[in-house]
Design a protein around this ligand. Structure first.
Ligand SMILES: CC(=O)N[C@H]1[C@@H](OP(=O)(O)OP(=O)(O)OC[C@H]2O[C@@H](n3ccc(=O)[nH]c3=O)[C@H](O)[C@@H]2O)O[C@H](CO)[C@@H](O)[C@@H]1O[C@H](C)C(=O)N[C@@H](C)C(=O)N[C@H](CCC(=O)O)C(=O)O
Ligand SMILES: Nc1ncnc2c1ncn2[C@@H]1O[C@H](COP(=O)(O)OP(=O)(O)OP(=O)(O)O)[C@@H](O)[C@H]1O
Ligand SMILES: N[C@H](CCC[C@H](N)C(=O)O)C(=O)O
Ligand SMILES: [Mg+2]
Length: 510
């Protein structure tokens, strides 16, 4: 039998219900084991174990099968990750029928944009599903994987459940890890969108160019979609976005004068269609945005604040336009009240100005701090830290961002994971310098208490980094920790607001 015949026969079996596993330990008799090259080990190391567990088939990369295929039919596929995508699509029928897919990638703003899209598309009568950092949800179901973009098999499984529940449009975050690992193999995107690319995840991607190349995969033709995504919506205010526009064209959204953008990409004949947004105003009640697109103009009043959210609103509208929405539909976004943990206001009986936000990159911190600065409170107090076992290089840059904009920086733990918390704080502190006073307190609850103790009525407090998260990971343990709940509890149970209390242990940056 030729490879093509064997592959076709295997796909038919998987379409008829045969199970596929990527972890040898989960293999049941008769299952297909797909051996993937990982970051720590190569799945091909476990072929013998899968066979010992009576796998029916093994799919691996070229030259990786060895002679260990006794009892199992071994197929050497040119790309096992693409193979997994094809098998998942066959098993769940997502190759034949799947909700229309919108994929959003970028360093910051993905979660915000898919929630904006859910609101916008639902108001236009579509049944919308979401897959992202806060989980997968759709009318009739939900799924928690703990990942922003679940693994390939799970992704197809979720989309099949959405389809069976009548979902017409699925909006998903596509992380750079997912693109590098081809978790979206076997899926076809109606729209691909880019928010921005700034420093994060260099522990995994090594450098910014590799990080960009991973994100760029969402916009390029691939084995499943040789023509590439049908529409591309790209932030033209981002230098990496401009590279993508030059290559592929698409809807270029911008908060600057769109007139400077070319009408066609330099490297291709693809047209660039400009969606221009102008921030008319932004204050504590929200922002006013005026849009221009191909001769039409419209205005939006949103309760969101900050230039970054103006950009997110533009991205969502760009996707909406690609999906055929009239510009008159966009005012539906005026009712959108925000995403949990993204500049979420923590209401409290004392009337203090407190926000929780998910900023965990230098650029996100700059954007959110700038947004709060523009709201003209008296002093800006920031509680923040950095996650452990993630990009170390971003830590001093996050310290720098906070020192540039904040009056008081309360440096604390985020999710230390398996690192020594004090070492992480040292890495961040190396970047602190400039105007802000610094409090260092490794215990996050205690750090929030310290911030509340020094806060005065006209100040604003930002608790950054964990947003919607409900736990704090220290070592192997996950402790319940939800910033808004912790803040409310402190204000409800503790000494509460110590207005005007003298700053203790606060020292200026060196
Ligand atoms: C760095 C990374 O993304 N790792 C993901 C990857 O694991 P890996 O490459 O390390 O796998 P590995 O341990 O080397 O194993 C390779 C292969 O051998 C198999 N194996 C392994 C051991 C064994 O006994 N038998 C066996 O068959 C494994 O099942 C695997 O298929 O594939 C695993 C299975 O899908 C994921 O669970 C895992 O995510 C880890 C847990 C993770 O923390 N990922 C984070 C960084 C992540 O992906 N985050 C992004 C969001 C980032 C953002 O904010 O933008 C996300 O999309 O969630
Ligand atoms: N367009 C944007 N540009 C820069 N920063 C942004 C933007 N939108 C949101 N942010 C900041 O980034 C934080 C995370 O936002 P959001 O959760 O929407 O991003 P994300 O891309 O989904 O992040 P993650 O990679 O963790 O899933 C926000 O809390 C805010 O501080
Ligand atoms: N999706 C992000 C989440 C970071 C959240 C932050 N609280 C941290 O733990 O670093 C990541 O995997 O980098
Ligand atoms: Mg997200």
């Amino acid at each position: 039998m030729s490879f093509n015949e064997a592959w076709h026969a295997l796909k038919t079996e998987v379409r008829n219900g045969r199970m596929v596993r990527t972890h040898s330990g989960q293999v049941q008799p008769g299952d297909v084991f797909v051996a993937l090259a990982g970051t720590r080990v190569s799945g091909s190391t476990y072929i013998a174990e899968a066979i010992a567990r009576n796998a029916g088939y093994v799919v691996t990369g070229p030259g990786q099968g060895g002679d260990s295929s006794d009892g199992a039919l071994l197929l050497e596929h040119p790309d096992p990750r693409e193979a997994l995508g094809e098998l998942a699509a066959a098993h769940f029928g997502t190759d034949a029928s799947c909700p229309l897919l919108v994929g959003v990638t970028g360093t910051n703003g993905k979660t915000t944009i898919i929630h904006l899209l859910e609101h916008l598309l639902r108001s236009a009568g579509m049944r919308v599903g979401l897959i992202g950092t806060i989980g997968a949800t759709w009318p009739g179901g939900s799924f928690t994987s703990g990942m922003t973009t679940p693994d390939c098999w799970t992704l197809h499984q979720i989309l099949a459940r959405m389809r069976d529940d009548g979902v017409t449009h699925a909006c998903m975050e596509v992380s750079s890890h997912a693109l590098q690992q081809k978790r979206t193999a076997g899926l076809r995107f109606e729209v691909a969108a880019l928010t921005n690319i700034t420093q994060d995840h260099l522990d995994y991607h090594q450098d910014m160019e590799s990080y960009y190349q991973a994100k760029a995969r969402l916009f390029a033709p691939n084995a499943t979609q040789p023509e590439g995504p049908k529409h591309r919506v790209i932030n033209a205010d981002d230098p990496y976005g401009q590279r993508l526009l030059n290559q592929w064209g698409g809807v270029a959204y911008t908060l600057h004068d769109g007139g400077r953008l070319p009408k066609r990409g330099q490297d291709s004949s693809a047209a660039i269609r400009i969606l221009h947004g102008e921030m008319k105003s932004c204050d504590r009640s929200g922002l006013e945005l005026r849009m221009d697109f191909e001769g039409q103009s419209w205005v939006l009043d949103s309760s969101l604040v900050g230039r970054h959210n103006a950009s997110n609103l533009l991205a969502a509208q760009g996707v909406g336009l690609c999906l055929g929405l009239e510009s008159s539909r966009m005012t539906a976004l005026e009712d959108f009240s925000g995403v949990p943990g993204r500049l979420e206001r923590v209401t409290n009986p004392l009337g203090l100005n407190i926000f929780v936000d998910y900023a965990h990159t230098p650029d996100a911190l700059e954007n959110v701090l700038n947004a709060l600065r523009e709201l003209r409170f008296e002093r800006l107090i920031v509680v923040f830290g950095c996650g452990g076992n993630r990009d170390r290089a971003k830590r001093p840059l996050m310290g720098q961002a906070v020192c540039r904009f904040a009056d008081i920086a309360v440096l604390t733990s985020d999710n230390p994971r398996h690192e020594d918390p004090e070492t992480i704080l040292n890495d961040v502190q190396a970047g602190l310098g400039g105007g802000a006073a610094v409090i260092r307190e490794v215990d996050r609850k205690r750090a929030i208490e310290r911030a509340l103790e020094v806060m005065r009525p006209d100040d604003v407090l930002l608790v950054a980094g964990k947003g919607h998260e409900a736990t704090q990971q220290i070592g192997e343990e996950y402790f319940p920790f939800h910033d808004p709940t912790v803040i409310r509890r402190i204000l409800g149970e503790g000494p509460g607001h110590a207005s005007g209390r003298v700053l203790q242990a606060v020292r200026p940056c060196a």
